[in-house]
Each structure stands twice: as C-alpha cells, then as structure tokens.
Design a protein around this ligand. Structure first.
Ligand code: ADP
Length: 265
C-alpha cells in the first residue's frame, strides 16, 4: 500500500485536518513483477541455444573438424539450435504483438470445413512422419466470424502439440460444431475440440500450461523443438475473440482442448 498525506487548510495559517490517501498498488507491483519475470525468462530461453551454438562451434574450431562424423553431428546441433532461436524470436514477437493489441483483429466469415482441411494439410508432413491419423468432424455449412490468421495459429499450435505429444500411430480428432446453450441468437457459440491419444498432462500441471514458458517436461519439449509459448499464444488469441479455452487430460491416454468462441463478433 502506498500512502500520501495531504494537509487540509481552513485558511492560510490553520489546518482543519489531514487527508490520508491510500493506494492499493498490488496490481501494479504484480504487473511489474510479471514484466521482469518475462524479461528474465526470455533471456534465459535465448541464452540456452546461443550457448549451444557457441560451444559446439568452438569445439569444431579447436580440432573437432578433422573427424568428419563428429563434425557433422555438431553442425546438425548448431543448425537445430539456430532454428529454435528463430522460432523463439518469432513466438516472442507474436506474443508481444498480441498482448499489446498493436494489431487489431481482422474479422471475416470463415467456412470452417475448408479452413480446418487446409490447416491440417499444412501439418501433413509432421503427422505422416509419425503415422498419426487426423480425423475431422466439421459440418460443410458451418461458418463463423474470426480473425482467420489468428484462428489458424490457434489450430496450428494445438495440432502441432497434439502431434508432438502423441506416440507414433496415434490418433487426433478435430471437431467443430454449434453450441446450443442459449436461446439468444446474439449469444450463439461455436465449440472447437481437439483431442489426441497422447501422453497426457498430469493434473497438477493443468492449471499452469497456459503460462509462458511453462512445460511439463522440459527435456521432451526441447526434443520436439517447442518454445514453451505455443499455449500462451493460443490463450491470448482466444481471449481477444472473447472466447474460452479448457483442457481435459489423462496421463497415458490423451488430452482434449475445448474452445468456445462467439459465432459472430
Ligand atoms: P511447447 O513449445 O513446450 O510445446 P506449449 O506452450 O505449446 O509449449 O505447451 C506447454 C506444455 O504443455 C508443453 O511443454 C507440454 O508439456 C504440455 N502440452 C501441451 N499440449 C499437449 C498435448 N496435446 N499433450 C500433452 N502435453 C501437452
């Protein structure tokens, strides 16, 4: 609490009292702390790949180049880590753009079936590689209003997670449907569900997975090339659309993300 004392004057010489103004600055402090935590996290996340690139190139320069096989595997690490740096930077920029609301949403009507089919196609290489089957359940004439690029980002982030955290031969199911909770036409919603038959998320981690850089298993996230920002970007986009996101999961059997969005904006 921040306190200010203001003297109250009756005339030039005499006080009639004192006004005490107290501000609850908890929220401001919290925001400041979140900002500095974020900066600390970002530098930590950036330092890890940079350290790998530096370390492995130093080793190459000081002789490892002569052994062709070693050199090749070190170069592969350097290449992958630069790739991760790239993804990190573009995710961080995306997140800060979305958070600062610098770019307003660009709403347009979206034909959902075509939209989902196209988005799934973009991830075909990844899902085919792991022989993961993706099935769709979207009505042909289902339309909704959203920012198409942002909505695509939501699908891509959730689907690439589903692919990354599902063992080979698994299954992903996407369904999009009207949600008839209300009589009011202006209150109509759309429900998007993305389920996988993957490793699942422990109950204790569920409340935290939308936090920036939060990962259940750091090592696994690194192997799959994750940045730890995918779900916080998803959550922000859903919030901007005035929607809601929920997650249900069972360790060892799979995860379902459920998103409810207004049908029209
Ligand atoms: P990452 O880049 O690490 O995947 P995200 O923000 O996308 O970061 O996800 C945060 C964490 O949530 C992941 O590290 C992972 O532990 C967990 N997670 C997200 N999606 C799934 C999923 N479909 N199945 C299992 N775990 C998941």
């Amino acid at each position: 609490i921040e306190m200010n004392l203001v003297p109250l004057h009756q005339d030039h010489r005499q006080w009639s009292g004192i006004l005490i103004v107290m501000h609850d600055i908890t929220a401001i402090r919290k925001l400041e702390k979140m900002r500095s935590d974020f900066a600390a996290n970002v530098s930590h996340e950036l330092k890890t790949p940079i350290a790998a690139v530096k370390g492995f190139s130093e080793t190459l320069l000081s002789g490892a180049l002569d052994d062709k096989e070693t050199a090749k595997s070190f170069l592969k690490i350097i290449y992958d880590e630069s790739d991760r740096l790239n993804r990190l930077i573009s995710d961080i920029l995306d997140l800060s753009k979305i958070e600062s609301k610098a770019i307003p949403l660009d709403y347009s009507p979206i034909a959902m079936k075509e939209f989902v089919q196209k988005t799934v196609q973009m991830l075909e290489a990844q899902s085919n590689e792991k022989q993961i089957h993706i099935s769709l359940n979207v009505n042909q004439d289902l339309y909704m209003e959203a920012d198409e690029d942002r909505l695509r980002q939501v699908f891509i982030n959730l689907l690439s997670n589903a692919i990354n955290y599902t063992p080979e031969g698994g299954h992903i199911q996407i369904s999009v449907a009207y949600l008839n909770l209300s009589e009011d036409v202006n209150d109509e919603k759309i429900r998007i569900e993305i389920s996988d038959t993957g490793i699942g998320i422990p109950k204790k981690d569920l409340p935290r997975i939308f936090e920036r850089f939060y990962r259940v298993d750091k090592a696994r996230s690194r192997i799959s090339g994750g940045t730890g920002l995918g779900l916080s970007i998803v959550k922000h986009i859903v919030d901007l659309h005035k929607g809601e996101i929920k997650v249900e999961s069972d360790v060892g059997s799979g995860t379902t993300f459920i998103i409810d969005l207004p049908l029209v904006q």
